[in-house]
Design a protein around this ligand. Structure first.
Ligand SMILES: [Zn+2]
Length: 391
């Protein structure tokens, strides 16, 4: 027998014990037909004929109201074993009954809503969870499912009000998550060219999480797009102070704002200061490129070498070697450097610098929502594999 069915039978056996105890207590009034149906159903299950077993159980529930809980357990197990269709049939059958009291009907509805959710029928699941949200006993779990649906369907406004509601009556703090939902709305508005609307969403994000790195970054981008580069730089400076690890993500925008103001000197100062707080290879690359643009390739390479010595890391070393080997001839030294650069390229490209502090998911790109655990703002860039500093 498939072990899945053995698993199914264990709780059914317990439910059977419960039923027999109930039957014993009420034997003067109870029909004897149900135990026969029950054992007939078990027999079908043992013979791996789940559809026949299901039919017998569905008929049995018409006979005796007290088996409802047993059927709820059975449906729940079907769903957990991936038999969502069978679970749905059981729960639909229960919900359709007119003689269930409110409590049992809510239980059946909650199970049916989870069947729809698991089957990906989000519209149907949403309708039932919305109904259950009105029942105090199911308010919190129904809202949690609704939040998952709206989050997955990218219905950010709905996600915000559900998260707000959950935040009011559960112990979990949804502030950071709501800030990210507002950032999603802001990004949507920016992509449609509605910067003013985007700023409204960012304001809402800051009300929930004053330190939201994503909202700060978006504010800087909007200031930059409006041509207000002095304001953008003030925002980047604030970010460098509050979250220096985030500067690598926006270093291109920072450089652009300083460039627009024609203030390369302050840009170099900004980057050097940021490097001291967070030796990000992208900041190192930007500084070396700036030197190269102003003083030529050799000066840029010298600057890069100086920075690699001060902040040893594989990404910058790879940049140094790949820049060098382009200019090298076919001498043995040139070939050696070329080989080493290629080997290093494999290591650098395979490196996953982003890490979820909640579930451990690793990636080579920043995701505001972790693809692994679906947590918001849980992924951070880690320092890559470092070389030992020079003595
Ligand atoms: Zn995660």
């Amino acid at each position: 027998m498939d072990p899945v069915w053995l698993l199914l039978l264990l709780p059914l056996a317990a439910a059977g014990g419960w039923y027999m105890a109930m039957n014993e207590r009420n034997r003067t009034t109870r029909s004897r037909d149900l135990p026969e149906s029950y054992f007939k159903g078990l027999s079908f299950l043992l013979n791996e004929q789940p559809d026949k077993a299901l039919r017998v159980f569905l008929e049995a529930v018409e006979v005796d109201k007290e088996t409802v809980e047993m059927h709820l357990a059975l449906g729940n197990l079907f769903r957990r074993l991936g038999e969502v269709g069978r679970a749905t049939r059981i729960h639909q059958n229960l919900v359709a009954r007119s003689d269930l009291d409110d409590s049992l009907r809510s239980m059946a509805l909650f199970e049916l809503a989870q069947d729809y959710f698991k089957a990906g029928l989000f519209d149907r699941a949403e309708n039932l969870f919305q109904e259950l949200r009105q029942v105090s006993e199911y308010r919190e779990p129904a809202c949690r499912f609704l939040l998952q649906i709206y989050d997955q369907e990218k219905e950010w406004k709905n996600a915000i009000w559900v998260a707000e509601e959950l935040g009011r009556f559960s112990e979990q703090d949804y502030s950071s998550t709501i800030a990210h939902y507002n950032c999603e709305l802001a990004e949507g508005a920016i992509s449609e060219g509605n910067n003013q609307i985007a700023e409204g969403y960012l304001e809402s994000a800051f009300k929930k999480d004053m330190k939201c790195i994503r909202a700060v970054s978006l504010s800087g981008r909007i200031a930059s797009m409006r041509g207000n580069h002095a304001h953008a730089i003030a925002i980047w400076s604030g970010l460098a102070h509050s979250a220096p690890e985030a500067i690598g993500e926006v270093v291109g925008h920072v450089a652009n704002s300083y460039r627009q103001l024609g203030d390369k000197k302050s840009l170099v100062k900004f980057l050097e200061s940021a490097l001291e707080k967070n030796p990000d290879p992208r900041i190192i690359a930007k500084l070396a490129n700036l030197t190269g643009q102003e003083q030529g390739h050799e000066a840029g390479q010298t600057k890069l070498l100086e920075l690699v010595r001060k902040y040893p890391n594989l990404e910058s070393l790879y940049q140094l070697m790949s820049n060098d080997h382009r200019g090298l001839d076919s001498s043995q030294q040139g070939k050696d450097i070329s080989t080493m650069a290629e080997l290093l390229s494999d290591v650098v490209e395979a490196g996953k610098n982003y890490h979820c502090r909640q579930c451990g998911f690793q990636s080579n790109a920043l995701h505001w929502q972790c693809p692994g655990c679906k947590g918001w703002g849980t992924i951070r860039r880690q320092s890559g594999v470092k070389l030992a500093p020079s003595p």
